[in-house]
Design a protein around this ligand. Structure first.
Ligand code: CTP
Length: 144
């Protein structure tokens, strides 16, 4: 018998230079769902939207995520699927989207919550791990 709150969960991100902040997030997601799908933002999203240069290519980032026992499936997602979570919902048919709690209450996410409600999908907001990020790691490496 299942003890998890949701069946299929989904989260997405760049996950460059995979670190323990990423791991904390994915472990929290997997604790709440049976099957965790991770959308990995493609290189075009990183360069064109985040205006950053990926250190690990999109293929490498997908491979690393697929090798983790807390991840059931990782696949590349486009800019459109990253920005419009309804497209991700249509593609992956998840019951819950996990997002960072910095998005809670924002206009964009309130709208997404309403759109999701029609399909019985939920959003769970999870805490960000302070003190570590890909940007911070890049800066530390530059300074060493
Ligand atoms: N994340 C987290 N805690 C961290 C870093 C990331 O919970 N310390 C989460 C983000 O909220 C997101 C996912 O991990 O849901 C992927 O984040 P990503 O943007 O790839 O990681 P960052 O390390 O924050 O990258 P950057 O510094 O380039 O923004």
């Amino acid at each position: 018998m299942s003890e998890k709150k949701y069946k299929v969960g989904y989260t997405c991100g760049v996950f460059d230079l995979f670190h323990v902040g990423h791991l904390n997030l994915l472990e929290r997601c997997k604790n709440m769902c049976e099957y965790l799908v991770v959308g990995v933002c493609d290189d075009k999203y990183v360069t064109d939207i985040k205006h950053k240069t990926p250190i690990f290519t999109e293929e490498q980032r997908v491979r690393i995520l697929n090798a983790l026992k807390v991840v059931d499936k990782a696949e590349l997602v486009s800019i459109e699927e990253t920005e419009d979570k309804m497209l991700a919902l249509q593609r992956f048919r998840f019951d819950v989207l996990f997002s960072g709690d910095d998005w809670k209450g924002s206009e964009r996410y309130l709208r997404t919550e309403q759109q999701f409600a029609e399909y019985g999908a939920h959003i769970e907001y999870l805490p960000y791990t302070n003190g570590i990020s890909t940007t911070q790691l890049k800066n530390e490496m530059k300074n060493n």
